[in-house]
Design a protein around this ligand. Structure first.
Ligand code: ZN
Length: 313
């Protein structure tokens, strides 16, 4: 293990939600459940399974209730439902199958209005209410700050402001606070600075990070975030993903690629890379395209015959 890096990192599989929400090709609820089962089979223990949003705005998530009804009953898996308001929270709670509500606050007004019809300040208050609502229903709540590293409409986002709203969100007692690079503009230098500042401001509440690989900096950002103290990382099988309200955003960092990088550093994720590559191939067939993940295209290293050769030495 590399000095100053942790021995383990938790990955949240966001493929069933972020991975699919921007795809033209719709997966059936049954196929979404196969994807979720494959993620669990590969070792995922925390999965963002859907979002409870207006089906007219995000038709890919119109089947949220149906997907929840089919979720495997597993005491060792935490299912997260993303919600943007009290009505979404009510729907998620009513399924009886969601363990954790994910609330979304936005770092800018213009993205907030486009994504969820809320100013930044309103989104912070609504997220705090959602966390309270989760707790009242016997669930846990988590908050994400969207466009924390840059906004498609307003450009640069002030670190001071992100730290301020992170602190306000944490007063509500979320299990963690996530910083999301919703549009894929983050770079490792800024990630290191912002994660370190937010971590200091909200400790002991853990920092989670969410990156899109739109500009090729996704994995470097994950590495920088972990070095600065983030302990939970979002990733999506195959590297699918995008935001319907963030022009030109492409996929999340791929689960396979993150696991490969962390395994090589001796950082445990609990995930099985071969099973993830199998899941990638299955998902690519369903989506009728090759998925962005690099490791799934290139394969394992060391390969199985390498380890045999190594054993002969
Ligand atoms: Zn995203």
């Amino acid at each position: 293990m590399v000095e100053r890096y942790p021995s383990a990192i938790e990955l949240v599989e966001v493929g069933p939600r972020d991975g699919l929400q921007n795809e033209k090709r719709l997966l059936s609820p049954a196929d979404k459940l196969i994807l979720i089962e494959r993620a669990i089979g590969a070792g995922s223990r925390r999965i963002e399974v859907t979002s409870f949003v207006n089906p007219r705005a995000v038709p890919q998530m119109a089947d949220a209730e149906e997907v929840c009804a089919g979720l495997p009953r597993r005491a060792d898996v935490t299912y997260i439902g993303l919600v943007m308001n009290g009505r979404g929270a009510d729907r998620a709670i009513a399924t009886g199958r969601i363990d954790q509500l994910g609330a979304v606050a936005t770092a800018t007004d213009r993205f907030g209005m486009a994504n969820q019809g809320q100013t930044s300040q309103d989104s912070v208050q609504i997220s705090r209410d959602i966390i309270d609502q989760a707790r009242a229903a016997g669930l846990t709540g988590q908050a994400t700050i969207a466009v924390a590293f840059g906004c498609p409409f307003e450009g640069e986002v002030s670190h001071d402001y992100v730290v301020e709203i992170a602190s306000r969100l944490c007063e509500a007692g979320p299990v963690e606070l996530a910083l999301a690079d919703t549009i894929g503009v983050a770079d490792p230098a800024h990630v290191e600075q912002l994660v370190a500042r937010v971590r200091e401001a909200i400790a002991p509440i853990p920092v989670r990070v969410h990156f899109h690989n739109t500009r090729g900096t996704g994995l470097a950002n994950v590495w920088a975030a972990i070095g600065a103290g983030a302990s939970v990382v979002d990733a999506s099988i195959g590297g699918l993903g995008g935001c319907p309200f963030a022009p030109a955003a492409t996929g999340n960092v791929a689960t396979e690629d993150v696991v490969y990088m962390l395994q090589r550093a001796g950082i445990e994720t609990g995930l099985n890379l071969e099973a993830l590559i199998d899941a990638n191939l299955w998902l690519g067939t369903q989506m009728e395209k090759q998925l962005p993940s690099m490791v799934a295209k290139a394969g394992l290293f060391p390969a199985k015959d390498h380890s045999l050769a190594g054993a002969r030495k």
